[in-house]
Design a protein around this ligand. Structure first.
Ligand code: GLN
Length: 312
């Protein structure tokens, strides 16, 4: 062993040194947000949270922690999403288990949840349903349906996914947040497994078209489940099927909200309008100002709890 490799072997690696090394390593491999990822991985490897790293930057890492970090950094360098490495992701302030097989929750999707919450708050006290039946189609990790259940105590939620991994992860998240009494996760194809129409039908379906698929960043294209992302040649395969089922599954006066993107939003709105079953079909933007959601109210009459009828 040479003198220099000997001193290298005995070198003390502090949190500060490791953060610098990881950041540079990831930046050289063009990983997005290298410092942010470095903080997450470092905090995960030493069992703390990113903010607390900075209270003790001189802390020496143990050999085990360094080995854990090396393995994580290697995977992150190959562009694997950091949320898969950590095994969880935040969504509207709550943590959800995620991993290969389910989409990493997106910030834009938080706006979809907020839209439903705003709609619910705006309902007339006379017609506000209790229980409020919600279906989240293509639930993945379950983050949309579970977050709605957390914020609406009257909600009874069904999350549906066709994929085994997603179903078991969504069920795990349901347990993690102790929502098993109000949320059920079912396996099936789109709305087929719904036993009764719902007040709110939400979905973040696959909508990436073939032309855009190759332009996606490697962390998405190579690691996230293509079944949850790809919507066929024009991106509308699943959206078309969902729209054709929607009127049958949304109660009069109920809400339908779909996530899509700016390439598909106006076509999606037109498809929904063409069913003749929905009013107020419109495109909403996400917090980045991009067209992102299509929403509409199911046409028809609402029967109030006292038996009187009003037009939705
Ligand atoms: N918004 C996601 C992305 O850009 C796509 C999500 C979806 O297809 N439902 O990667």
């Amino acid at each position: 062993m040479t003198a220099s490799s000997q001193s290298e072997a005995h070198r003390v690696w502090s949190t500060r040194d490791l953060l610098d090394w990881i950041e540079q390593h990831l930046a050289a491999r063009e990983v997005d947000e290298p410092l942010l990822v470095a903080r997450w991985l470092m905090a995960h490897a030493i069992g703390t949270d990113p903010i607390h790293l900075y209270t003790d930057l001189d802390r020496p890492a143990s050999a085990d922690e360094r080995a854990t970090l090396r393995a994580l950094v290697e995977r992150a360098s190959a562009h694997e999403p950091v949320q898969y490495l950590l095994g969880e992701a935040g969504f509207l302030g709550r943590m959800f288990e995620v991993g290969p097989g389910v989409l990493v929750p997106r910030t834009a999707t938080e706006t979809l949840v907020q839209h439903v919450l705003t709609w619910h708050r705006g309902l007339d006290a006379d017609t506000r349903p209790d229980p409020l039946h919600i279906a989240d189609i293509g639930t993945g990790s379950g983050c949309i349906g579970l977050t709605l259940a957390m914020h609406i105590p009257a909600a009874l939620v069904v999350g549906v996914d066709c994929d085994d991994v997603a179903v078991s992860m969504a069920r795990g998240n349901c347990e993690r947040h102790e929502l098993g009494d109000r949320v059920s996760i079912l396996q099936g194809d789109l709305c087929d497994v719904l036993e009764a129409p719902v007040h709110v039908l939400v979905s973040n379906p696959p909508y990436i078209d073939d032309a855009h698929w190759n332009k996606l960043k490697p962390n998405v294209r190579e690691f996230e489940p293509s079944i949850a992302l790809r919507g066929g040649v024009d991106g509308l395969d699943v959206i078309r099927r969902l729209i054709s089922q929607a009127s049958q599954h949304v109660l009069p006066g109920g809400l339908f909200v779909l996530e899509t993107d700016d390439h598909h939003a106006s076509t999606t709105r037109d498809l929904l309008e063409a069913t003749g079953e929905f009013d107020n079909c419109r495109v909403l933007r996400d917090e980045f100002g991009d067209d992102r959601f299509v929403t509409a109210d199911r046409r028809g009459q609402v029967v109030r709890p006292d038996g009187s009828i009003c037009n939705a």
